[in-house]
Design a protein around this ligand. Structure first.
Ligand code: PLP
Length: 412
């Protein structure tokens, strides 16, 4: 384990988290390069039997240091905005391995992606196909497209991160897919090359994914019978991680091998778009205890990180383990861990049995590497946290803490 205790002190790889906090301050996100590499490799190796590209989902963690690490390992990237494309290019990512997803791509974003020469647009509607065609025509290029289909399977995850039912805004209904592909074929500046799907996030069960894979493969057979030269299948991301020690989720290698076995012998290039499963457990949010406070009913631990730094508990009722950076053996008690933001929803844990901590102590909020910093805001005029990347015994600040100047820089 690359994040764990040594002599009662919490380490990320060979670096004591207390040393990072002393230098970089708190709150501060810390990521382990070794864990990110290990997770990426687990996908890459389990898919070795089929031609494939692992496209890291930038929205899970868009830090340039993290993207560069993945780019150096040969990762592709799944983007959902022009800003994410900009980040990928800045980090040295290869645009030819970029897939562009999302229901609301703007004309400007599409032009940027065409200009960069991305691998494929995952399209979600007929008007989007028409716009991409028109812009490609104007630029004198052909745009490679796939249609994102909605396989109508229940991903059995949190309602806000489930995407594969007919009631969701994502994708084209499977029943209408062939009509949409015919529509796409009529556009001269589109090259229709793939099928894509993504059914949701934090999936802890492989069955719905395999069901979606089977439906996508059946569609590919029907499209090929109609003369479409379908060369790739993009099966999205979504593999869950364990946020609690007792929570069991499929291993990356098992999940990926299962997908690879379905694609064997089908003459398809496989794309997958994992985000959370690569970075979530590679990261912690380091924070310092400011106060303890008791009310009639509750015992509060007030820390210097808040919902603006990590919104997952407030937004999805997500559970994050919170552990002391120095394990003093102080008796555990049941507490609410809350931040300074003026909202009752500003909590990081509720009714949590937790080791005793006191003002000045550091605690680490675990599994914070995905959908953590990227969803942070300046609410309550709080400068956003620093981000640190650890690699063995070395570490560096890959995003400095924002200053008050940063808060007002674009205002007048
Ligand atoms: C969010 C998203 C992903 C990544 O999902 P994870 O659960 O982080 O693996 C992949 N593809 C698309 C289209 C997404 O929207």
């Amino acid at each position: 384990m690359s994040i764990g205790y040594r002599d009662r002190a919490l380490y990320c790889e060979a670096v004591a988290l207390a040393d990072i906090a002393a230098d970089a301050g708190t709150p501060c996100y810390v990521y382990s390069a070794a864990i990110i590499r290990e997770n990426f490799r687990a996908y890459d190796q389990a898919l070795a039997a089929v031609p494939h590209t692992v496209c890291f989902s930038v929205k899970a963690n868009g830090n340039l240091g993290v993207l560069r690490l993945l780019a150096q390992m040969g990762a592709g990237f799944d983007i959902v905005s022009g800003g994410e494309l900009y980040r990928v290019v800045k980090a040295g990512g290869d645009p030819a391995k970029v897939v562009f997803s999302g229901v609301g791509k703007t004309a400007a974003e599409i032009e940027e992606a065409l200009g960069a020469g991305i691998f494929v647009f995952n399209c979600e509607s007929e008007p989007e196909l028409a716009l991409i065609d028109a812009l490609a025509h104007r630029l004198g290029v052909k745009a490679r497209v796939a249609v994102r289909v909605n396989p109508d399977v229940d991903a059995r995850t949190h309602a806000y991160i489930s995407t594969g039912r007919l009631a969701h805004k994502f994708g084209v209904d499977l029943g209408e897919a062939e009509a949409v592909y015919e529509h796409a074929r009529a556009h001269k500046n589109l090259s229709v090359e793939g099928v894509s799907c993504h059914i949701g996030s934090q999936l802890v069960d492989t069955a719905p994914v395999m069901e979606a894979v089977d439906r996508v493969l059946e569609l590919i057979d029907r499209l090929r019978a109609r003369g479409f030269d379908i060369r790739h299948a993009d099966l999205g991301g979504g593999l869950g991680v364990s946020y609690k020690p007792e929570q069991s989720v499929p291993a990356i290698s098992e999940f990926a091998a299962c997908i690879a076995s379905r694609l064997a012998g089908r003459d398809l290039h496989l794309l997958i778009e994992p985000g959370r499963s690569i970075v979530a457990n590679a990261g912690v949010l380091l924070t310092r205890v400011l106060y303890r406070k008791k009310t009639g009913e509750k015992d509060f631990v007030i820390v210097d990180a808040a919902m603006n730094d990590l919104i997952r508990p407030a937004l999805y009722s997500a559970h994050h383990e919170i552990v002391p950076v120095r394990d003093t053996g102080a008796p555990a008690s049941r507490v609410d861990v809350v931040g300074p933001v003026c909202e009752t929803g500003d909590f990081l844990a509720r009714d949590r049995e937790m080791a005793g901590v006191f003002p000045g102590d550091l605690v680490a909020i675990r599994s914070a590497g995905a959908y953590g910093f990227v969803q942070s805001s300046n609410y309550n005029a709080r400068p956003r946290a620093a981000e640190v990347l650890v690699d063995g015994a070395a570490w560096r600040i890959v995003r400095r803490r924002e200053s008050y100047d940063d808060l007002v820089r674009s205002e007048s």
